[in-house]
Ligand binder design. Structure first.
Ligand code: GLU
Length: 279
């Protein structure tokens, strides 16, 4: 090989390495097109709760996570990818879910998450798939009868990163608020007497009341909390696939079947087909 040819092939190899490395950097997980990726590798990574009875709860006996959100995620995966499709679950809390989505650790959040104007600045949401409202959980016989009865002597337990933590400060400005990391910590704190009430969505509180009959919901709901599936901005193809899957599930009866499995004899939270968020 002549000296010139050797030099030229060294330059070519160098260029190829630079192009390869810059290509790798440009295509970070958070930037990839999810709709294209799942076509090639049929797995959707869902961010779900692991500590919320009825929606996403880890069963320590068989190490599976179970709940309404989980079943909806599995069915959406099946509608989009067919029987080959795999739904993988990653634990999120109210505080960690948006950062995990933004970093590309998960493809979507289905975790008792309210669609709100503030959150829409960071992520996109699917159509509404469940309708909840914020309420209070107290020990039976408590002097607290609703949000209006909370005073400066009462402490309310909420979870970091939830809409409930923001709403309760507006609804009961007098009350003391303590923010915990997740719902199991908050319920443990309530049982230990570290607060007189706990506040979040009625459907989540019902799951706790069903676990311990010393507690009850009081005062009805004082906000609307429409749940949506959060997806990163710039993933419109995937978002459309998710909305189409939800629509099909309303049409083919799988949505109702899953709803009735988790909330038998109760249709309060059922979302209408194609229900949209109105700010
Ligand atoms: N739905 C409310 C929210 O999105 C409360 C439940 C939760 O913390 O996930 O913040």
């Amino acid at each position: 090989m002549s000296k010139f040819k050797k030099f030229a092939s060294l330059i070519a190899i160098g260029l190829a390495v630079v192009l390869f490395l810059s290509g790798c950097r440009g295509q970070s997980v958070a930037d990839e097109n999810i709709a294209t990726r799942i076509d090639e590798t049929p797995t959707i990574n869902w961010g779900v709760k692991y500590d919320t009875r009825l929606f996403g709860l880890m069963n320590i006996k068989d190490r599976t996570v179970q709940g309404f959100d989980i079943d909806i995620a599995k069915q959406i995966t099946k509608e989009i990818l067919g029987d080959e499709g795999k739904a993988e679950f990653v634990e999120v809390t109210s505080k960690t879910r948006i950062p995990l989505l933004k970093n590309g650790n998960i493809d979507a959040i289905i975790a008792t998450m309210t669609i709100s104007k503030e959150r829409l600045e960071q992520v996109n949401f699917s159509d509404i798939y469940f309708s909840a409202g914020q309420s209070l959980l107290v020990e039976k016989g408590s002097h607290i009868t609703g949000v209006d009865s909370l005073t400066a002597d009462d402490t309310v337990l909420v979870v970091k990163g939830s809409t409930s933590a923001v709403n309760i400060r507006e609804a009961a400005p007098e009350a003391n608020i303590i923010e915990l990391e997740n719902y199991s910590e908050a319920f443990t704190a309530l049982q230990a007497g570290q607060g007189q009430a706990m506040s979040t969505d009625n459907a989540i509180l019902l799951g706790m009341a069903s676990e311990n009959d010393k507690y009850e919901l009081v005062g009805g709901t004082f906000t609307n909390e429409p749940y949506g599936i959060a997806i990163n901005k710039g993933q419109d193809d995937f978002l459309n696939e998710v909305n189409k899957a939800l629509e099909t599930m309303h049409d083919n009866g799988t949505y109702d079947k899953i709803y009735d499995k988790w909330f038998p004899n109760d249709s309060d939270g059922k979302a209408a087909k194609g229900a949209k968020f109105n700010a």
